[in-house]
Ligand binder design. Structure first.
Ligand SMILES: C[S@@+](CC[C@H](N)C(=O)[O-])C[C@H]1O[C@@H](n2cnc3c(N)ncnc32)[C@H](O)[C@@H]1O
Length: 211
């Protein structure tokens, strides 16, 4: 991982300071003005890699804390000489130390741990504490996409969207059980494949934060 030029691993777990790339991803790292899209909890980074191949005019950053998983997508994209993808190894709790206001255009959250236990509520990646962090760097018109097998997290997220007055753009509790064709849903992550093998319906939510 340390030898891969597109893997950024800030030194400390607690991250007391902002990273030097904060506010400068386009200028210093990607060297273009293209929109930046994040995949939070990217695991092996399947969504980031597939979207980066599909959209060379956009920049993608996979974010996760687990290096062994991230290495798969990092190595794959390095071997394929992809220039519009990076991987950031941090705890998502520290994400505002990595991006500045209006720096990000879109967020994908792919199969996060639903954190069902009540005492873990604020660890859910669509909890208002996280949405407040995303607001610090997501453009006003920016979109958040959540794909999950968890009907619990799906319902929780819809409740947050409604309760906080965010703008729901699309949702389904059975993505492949309906005939509506949605863009980019053919990309399947490692966890999605496991859930599909068990015939579990996949949910999808797309929304915009209230400003
Ligand atoms: C269930 S896995 C899903 C991985 C991948 N998106 C997929 O669909 O195959 C959840 C991932 O989120 C990461 N994760 C969970 N909470 C995190 C946090 N607070 N900060 C960084 N990564 C986190 C885990 O390390 C793990 O790789």
């Amino acid at each position: 991982m340390e030898q891969l030029p597109h893997v950024i691993q800030p030194e400390t777990y607690e991250m007391k300071e902002d990273i030097s790339l904060k506010g400068k991803w386009n200028e210093v790292f990607f060297k273009n003005d293209n929109p930046i899209i994040l995949e939070l909890g990217c695991g092996k980074g399947e969504y980031s890699v597939a979207l980066a191949e599909r959209y060379p005019e956009k920049n993608f950053i996979g974010v996760d804390i687990k290096g062994n998983r991230m290495w798969v997508g990092a190595q794959d994209s390095f071997e394929n000489k992809m220039k519009n993808i990076a991987f950031l190894r941090i705890r998502i709790e520290n994400i505002i130390k990595c991006f500045s206001e209006n720096e990000v255009s879109e967020i994908w959250i792919t199969f996060p741990d639903p954190q069902i236990k009540r005492r873990r509520t604020n660890k859910r990646l669509t909890h208002p504490h996280f949405l407040e962090r995303y607001r610090c760097f997501l453009k006003k018109e920016g979109i958040i996409n959540l794909k999950t097998d968890s009907q619990f997290l799906y319902g929780f997220t819809l409740g947050i969207i409604e309760g906080e007055g965010h703008e729901l753009l699309d949702c389904t509790n059975d993505l492949y059980g309906v005939h509506q064709i949605r863009e980019n849903m053919d990309i399947k992550t490692h966890y999605e494949k496991l859930f599909l093998e068990k015939n579990m319906p996949i949910t999808y939510t797309k929304f915009r934060l209230k400003y």
